[in-house]
Design a binder for this molecule. Structure first.
Ligand code: NCD
Ligand code: ZN
Length: 336
């Protein structure tokens, strides 16, 4: 048996730069037709030159594969309308990080004062640039995302024409917010559909499952699964695949990020099949919804999954994937 997926898209991907970019970009490019590329480099991607040069480095690192990097800019409250107009054609979205909330987010936003944020957000709304947000407060780690929901709602109400994407949602509160505002959307990762906090820290500590936002409770996972398997039109797949070298994960002060890019499609297929969800829903979750939400037309690409056992490698040139060593029942030829 085989499954054909058309133009799979990963709408939240960390490709890094330099040597890490060279290692990981071909893995995403092999399986996906395109991805929304996160801007949290050091320093963050925040000028037109940064965008153009980073896109060039990504394209150079993927070789002959058909793969569209959809670029994002790192949000700064100081962006002017003129600046945003000048970068409009180079970007697909702008990513907002609360200051210091996750890897390389030190230059992010502190406080969510509407008057301070109004000039850039109104300009984005006028120019039709979607705003992607890492929605966590600085509160208790399990409550950070739920505490951020009122901020999402405040922004959605003040800027009703601005498309706001709640990135990598992990809670039932975020799922519920989706249907309260026309302009709120969400990405969901593979790992948050599979794990809970128990898998991270309930037994021996699992650094390769440690990420921001941290995995939550079974009822949160159930809420995420429900909308993903139903291909709710406002949710789309975003892996948040976030590679870190093995030594930065297997140490005190473990870096946050789960690396899933090379196994995401195989595991999603398995998950949808196990849950008896129609494969048409998988197609919507991994491509059609994102095309609709972002108004993008990805390059033609068909990815064929075969029902053939695949053992997840222990590492990809020193980057350990989620579920390393486990066997999957779906594979993509040639297996990587
Ligand atoms: C991401 C990273 O490493 O860049 N880490 C993570 O845990 N998800 C940043 C992010 O998306 O929060
Ligand atoms: Zn991320």
């Amino acid at each position: 048996m085989s499954i054909s997926l058309y133009a799979p898209l990963d709408m939240h991907l960390h490709l890094r730069d330099g040597e890490m970019l060279r290692r990981v970009a071909p893995l995403s490019a092999r399986h996906f037709a395109g991805a929304l590329i996160m801007p949290n480099l050091i320093p963050p991607v925040s000028t037109k030159e940064d965008i153009v040069n980073y896109r060039t480095r990504i394209i150079q690192s993927i070789g002959d594969e058909t793969f569209m990097p959809y670029m994002t800019l790192f949000f700064k409250p100081t962006y002017t309308k003129e600046f945003l107009q000048s970068v409009r054609d180079e970007i697909t979205a702008i990513k907002l990080y609360p200051a210091g909330i996750t890897t390389n987010s030190e230059g992010g936003v502190s406080g969510f004062d509407i008057d301070t944020l109004r000039p850039p957000l109104q300009a984005m709304s006028d120019l039709g640039i979607p705003l992607c947000i890492h929605g966590e407060t600085g509160g208790f780690v399990m409550d950070r995302e739920a505490e951020f929901v009122p901020i999402y709602e405040k922004l959605a109400a003040h800027f009703p024409k601005l498309k706001i994407i709640m990135e990598h949602i992990t809670t039932k509160e975020s799922v519920a917010a989706l249907d309260r505002f026309d302009n709120l959307y969400a990405t969901i990762t593979l790992h948050h559909l599979i794990i809970t906090l128990d898998d991270v820290a309930g037994g021996m500590l699992q650094p390769h499952l440690f990420c921001k936002p941290i995995a939550k409770r079974p009822e949160d996972r159930a809420a995420l699964l429900k909308v993903a398997l139903a291909a709710h039109p406002k949710v789309m797949f975003g892996s948040d695949s976030a590679p870190h070298p093995k030594e930065s994960k297997e140490c005190p002060g473990c870096a946050a990020g789960v690396f899933t890019a090379p196994i995401a499609l195989q595991m999603l297929a398995e998950l949808f099949i196990q849950n008896n969800a129609p494969l048409e829903h998988l197609q919507h979750f991994i491509s059609a919804n994102a095309q609709q939400i972002y108004g993008i037309t990805p390059p033609d690409k068909e990815v064929v999954l075969l029902q053939k056992e695949f053992t997840i490698p222990q590492n990809y040139e020193g980057v350990v994937p989620m579920s390393a060593g486990e066997k999957l029942s779906w594979s993509i030829n040639p297996a990587i």
